[in-house]
Design a binder for this molecule. Structure first.
Ligand code: BEZ
Length: 385
């Protein structure tokens, strides 16, 4: 071989190795923007545990690229969301933005993700707009829309009651879940007598409970979440309302039954996950989660797990080459996930299509006792893409 052509061959080979090496050596970066303090801290932690479990089960890498994490505590503070999301995208150069719990924070994150074209997976926040007017090819939700969560509870309550009062935090999460509840409850023949609200994350329930006692509805619909739901069921029981005016909600007893004690026993809720879902997938998930974390998973752990399953569907389609974003998006929107919650697919607006179960709080479990709505899809009328 001529020296010149040998040199050229060597140079080409070296370049190819460097390109491959850079690709293989570069980690895939996951930006976790979640609440790790405040009312929603435990929700953020459980989402993180679920997410990492799914990634670890796949060996922690795809196509030779290790998956690493950059985590930020978003404090459920909408005012800090823009800066936090921009830091993860511009400074840390994450390949995917995963977050968050609070609807108001998630709305700002989605605007940043949309304007920068960053892939975003929402592991909880239900804000309808995220897969409505704000929908975008690069934005996916692996949890629920607020409409879905409220609608399922309304469908359940309409089977049992004629009148209700609603009580919720005054922000997108509370306003929209209450709207979904009202739609299904009134469609089923019920009447909402009054809506009572308080600012997020207040737990000053007493004046509202006094009003409920005066209004005497057949039942109460509620939306508060995290640590606040423990205070609500305890205050409700202490006010003497528990056995007279049944209290409902979607998340009301999720992950907190031990702390709620007698105040939550017997309560009915409707949600997209339930204890005792008798599928091989759910059983193996519970076993693996317990082994990894020494505790039972809740719906937030499931949502974190499914967020990672969805990301993996995209990554595997491109063998870890995150520069092929369009191919990843196609694989993600067509994903049919075998979720611990049951079959999980995605609507045209990238929102989950899934079963909503009726659960009864018994001991430390939200036991599945029926189906509130099968295969519920948010119609997302405002999503144009
Ligand atoms: C929300 O803000 O969308 C939300 C927060 C906690 C639980 C459910 C929904």
């Amino acid at each position: 071989m001529q020296r010149n052509s040998f040199t050229r061959l060597f140079a080409v080979a070296a370049l190819a190795t460097a390109a491959c090496g850079a690709h293989a050596a570069d980690n895939i970066k996951v930006g976790l923007m979640l609440p790790y303090s405040g009312t929603f801290a435990e929700l953020g932690q459980n989402i993180t545990k679920g997410f990492k479990l799914a990634i670890d089960e796949q060996g922690g890498e795809v196509g030779g690229r290790t998956i690493e994490y950059v985590a930020v505590d978003d404090e459920s503070a909408p005012a800090k969301a823009n800066e936090n999301a921009n830091k993860l995208i511009k400074r840390d150069k994450v390949d995917v933005l995963v977050g968050t719990v609070h609807s108001g924070v998630a709305l700002t994150m989605a605007r940043v993700a949309k304007s920068t074209g960053t892939l975003m997976i929402i592991p909880n926040a239900g804000a309808d707009e995220l897969t409505g007017a704000l929908c975008a090819p690069n934005i996916f939700r692996a949890s629920f829309s607020n409409w879905q969560a409220g609608y399922a509870v309304g469908a359940l309550m309409a089977q049992k009651h004629k009148t209700a009062v609603s009580l919720a935090w005054r922000y997108a999460g509370g306003d929209e879940q209450t709207a979904g509840f009202k739609e299904a409850f009134e469609k089923g023949g019920g009447k909402v007598l009054r809506h009572l609200s308080l600012p997020f994350p207040s737990t000053e329930f007493q004046p509202l409970l006094t009003e409920i006692a005066t209004l005497q509805p057949d039942a109460t619909y509620s939306f508060v979440a995290g640590a606040a739901q423990v205070k609500l069921t305890k205050d409700y029981e202490a006010a003497g309302l528990k056995d007279k005016i049944p209290l409902y909600g979607a998340f009301l007893t999720e992950g907190t039954l031990e702390a709620q004690g007698s105040s939550a026993q017997g309560m009915l809720t409707a949600l997209h996950y339930a204890d005792g879902l008798d599928t091989p997938r759910n059983k193996s998930f519970i076993q693996a989660y317990k082994k990894a974390h020494g505790e039972d998973p809740d719906v937030f752990a499931v949502q974190g797990y499914d967020s990672a399953q969805l990301f993996l569907a995209g990554l595997e389609a491109v063998n870890g080459d995150t520069s092929k974003k369009d191919e990843m998006i196609v694989a993600m929107q067509n994903a049919k996930l075998d979720s611990p919650r049951g079959p999980l697919s995605f609507s045209k607006s990238h929102n989950p299509v899934m079963n909503m179960y009726i659960r009864e709080a018994k001991g430390n479990q939200n036991v599945m006792i029926g189906m509130a709505v099968e295969g519920l899809s948010d119609p997302s009328p405002d999503c144009k893409m």
